[in-house]
Design a binder for this molecule. Structure first.
Ligand code: RM4
Ligand code: MN
Ligand code: MN
Length: 428
């Protein structure tokens, strides 16, 4: 655990400058008719984005893996890393598990372990894209040709049963949602029938949905390609919407920012799904070409800002209560450093979107005044909101400069001493 006192110590030096920056920015915002600085800060204090258990370890590519060292060896240690992250950012209150990469032998014990560190369980993820030694065997029962879309009813049964198992595990942990991302699809034209595959998946999702307890949500996550390179069953937001509708009332769509064909207008997709009442949540990351899983906001920060504008529009001025999570894979950065930067990027986009003068924008839109509309958006996007984000962290007892504090405290060094250099924390 990262000692709060170490963080406070680190903050002391940076406080005078922060006080000046916040004052200056607050005065300017008030003069320019933007949202009140206090309003933004308090929204940020409340905000949290979940960390995925698979992102606290180094991800590999198909060409290799270069571990950071000190990676968590168990799900407990993954929780410890998220608790360290949360201590620094104040905005990562929960962890999202991936089963069977995480398959705790003692769920109540794990729940207590997390609770003691102030960490909760976000959506559960079910993995049916790899054979699972306890259910499929890579022989007769295998996900090689799909899970819920498989032509073999026995394999479909095993996939449904796995998802139901993940729900039950989630109940024991205090989670309230299941995210289903399927690798099911077609690699070669003619290999399978598009419609039959879709109908089998819809049927499987309905059966999984039937198993959801009250108060639970289920998210369908689309992705255009990989590992199926010709067609995936849940290919795009339209397919995802159809599948969520077929599954049932508790199902909605999850938008992973990397799961779109190049140049897709993701903010418009967000708007459409919200309008259809089926926007469920996000997997934040960034990409240049495909599902690159890069640091959120590192490539297209304007897109991230526009997405948050749509969210605030959907929530009529507030951020809707959806499932917000980071989904990344880091192969050259220290995973925790990347998560710190991603969390900050999400908070920045949120703060900037809050600064949009929505009344002025609506008026410009009514007048067909494109130049004025752009000015309104840019005036929010180009505001350096980092002091507000840092102030929110400070008020929550977290670090003014989380990356500096992380390095200063030497968390990675300590973990390498404790856990060694040869550990692998992720199946990616
Ligand atoms: C997929 C997708 C899922 C994630 C897996 C590990 O590409 O993004 O959300 O669970 O990767
Ligand atoms: Mn994802
Ligand atoms: Mn992905």
């Amino acid at each position: 655990m990262i000692d709060r006192e170490r963080i406070a110590e680190h903050n002391r030096e940076l406080e005078p400058r922060l006080v000046r920056d916040v004052e200056h920015l607050a005065t300017n915002l008030a003069t320019d008719g933007h949202a009140d600085a206090e309003e933004v800060i308090s929204a940020l204090v409340d905000f949290s984005v979940a960390a995925p258990s698979w992102a606290v370890g180094t991800g590999g590519t198909r060409f290799g893996r270069f571990p950071a060292g000190g990676e968590p060896r168990t799900t407990e240690e993954k929780i410890d890393d998220v608790a360290a992250l949360h201590a620094l950012t104040g905005s990562n209150r929960s962890i999202s598990l991936h089963v069977p990469w995480d398959d705790p032998a003692d769920p109540p014990g794990l729940r207590e372990h997390a609770l003691a560190r102030g960490i909760g369980f976000d959506a559960m993820n079910s993995n049916t894209f790899q054979d699972n030694p306890s259910t499929t065997d890579g022989g007769r029962l295998t996900y090689k040709f799909g899970s819920l879309a498989n032509t073999d009813p026995e394999v479909r049964e095993v996939a449904v049963a796995h998802n139901r198992y993940v729900i039950e595990l989630g109940v024991a942990l205090g989670s309230q949602a299941l995210t289903v991302w399927l690798a099911d699809g077609i690699n070669h034209p003619g290999q399978a029938d598009h419609r039959d595959q879709f109908e089998r998946v819809a049927d499987g999702l309905r059966r999984i949905h039937d198993h959801l307890p009250d108060g639970w949500r289920m998210y369908t996550e689309h992705k255009p390609y990989e590992p199926a390179f010709y067609a995936t069953v849940n290919q795009d937001w339209g397919s995802s919407l159809l599948l969520a509708r077929a599954a049932g009332d508790k199902a909605s769509c999850l938008v992973d920012l990397g799961h779109h064909l190049p140049n897709a207008n993701i903010e418009q997709i967000v708007s459409r799904l919200a309008m259809a009442g089926r926007l469920g949540g996000f997997h934040f990351n960034d990409s240049k070409y495909g599902d690159d899983d890069l640091t959120t906001g590192s490539i297209k920060p304007f897109q991230l800002f526009l997405i948050f504008c749509e969210l605030i529009r959907a929530g009529d001025g507030r951020l809707p209560a959806l499932a917000y999570m980071i989904d990344q894979s880091h192969n050259v950065k220290d995973p925790l450093e990347d998560l710190i930067q991603s969390t900050e990027a999400v908070a920045i986009a949120y703060a900037q979107a809050m600064l949009v003068d929505r009344a002025a924008l609506a008026a410009a839109q009514l007048d067909n005044d494109a130049a004025r509309a752009q000015q309104v958006l840019q005036s929010a996007f180009r505001t350096d909101v980092r002091p507000l984000v840092a102030e929110a962290r400070r008020r929550g007892g977290a670090a003014i400069d989380p990356l500096g504090a992380y390095r200063g405290i030497g968390y990675r060094r300590t973990m390498i001493e404790r856990r060694g250099t040869g550990t692998v924390a992720t199946g990616l």
